[in-house]
Design a protein around this ligand. Structure first.
Ligand code: PMT
Length: 221
């Protein structure tokens, strides 16, 4: 039996991967399936929360009893998260957000020109949504959780990222072409701004999600 320990709370979860368009046909994207974020949304709803799920290109069925807001790019994800976060008790950023987007969007399909090298793709920085919502908390006691997707020096990079982003908790998970992305299972260490470290063994993404909510509930109370 699940305890309704998030009853009366509004939580916001982002999920999936942003796509940054180059032209009407192509985009820069990443391998996130949305499964970890959707597991967070489902488990929060099961624990009684009102849940807003900001979903970037996930292609998964809407979880029952969850408000789903669909977005494509990092800029759209920022807008939707900021709007939903205004009255949220907790925000969990599980989405894989592109750090950069193409500087220019071509209104027509980019063509290859015979005998010519392709033009380089010039990138500009996207806003850092996690850092922004951590710096500008919209209500006292709001708990902000980030994820860190790392391929090497996982924990050391996680600690640095936690300090840089200014969130309360950072879920550090290792990723690779066939690791974590799209999988049913995950394993992680949840780092706390208070110096705590909570290891979560390999298991269903729901189990990691429930551990995240346990740690959030402790900070909300
Ligand atoms: O979707 P799945 O297939 O289930 O895979 C799950 C996952 C690997 C995508 C997920 O567990 C995960 O790690 N999500 C975060 C991916 C990511 O973008 O990590 P990052 O280390 O690049 O970013 C750190 C944090 O800052 C994240 O919370 C991210 O949402 C946030 N961010 C990043 C860039 C940016 N411009 N704005 C942000 O808010």
């Amino acid at each position: 039996v699940t305890e309704p320990d998030l009853a009366g709370r509004h939580v916001v979860v982002s999920a999936g991967g942003t796509r940054e368009p180059l032209d009407p046909v192509r985009f820069l994207g990443n391998r996130s399936s949305g499964k970890q974020g959707y597991a967070l949304a489902r488990t929060a709803a099961a624990r009684g929360a009102r849940v807003t799920l900001v979903s970037a290109n996930a292609g998964l069925p809407d979880p029952a009893g969850v408000d789903v807001v669909r977005v494509g790019t990092a800029v759209q994800l920022r807008e939707a998260v900021l709007k939903a976060a205004a009255d949220a008790d907790a925000v969990v950023m599980a989405a894989a957000v592109a750090d950069f987007r193409p500087a220019a969007y071509a209104a027509g399909k980019i063509k290859k020109k015979d005998g010519q090298e392709p033009d380089p793709i010039v990138l500009v920085r996207n806003p850092d949504i996690l850092a922004e919502i951590s710096a500008d908390r919209t209500r006292p006691g709001q708990v902000i959780v980030g994820f860190a997707a790392e391929t090497d020096d996982v924990l050391a990079n996680g600690r640095t990222k936690l300090a840089r982003k200014g969130c309360d908790l950072l879920v550090v998970n290792e990723v690779g072409e066939r690791k974590t992305f799209g999988a049913e299972e995950n394993e992680a260490v949840v780092l706390g701004a208070d110096g705590s470290e909570t290891p979560v063994p390999h298991g269903p993404k729901e189990a990691l999600a429930d551990t995240v909510w346990d740690l959030v509930v402790r900070r909300l109370d």
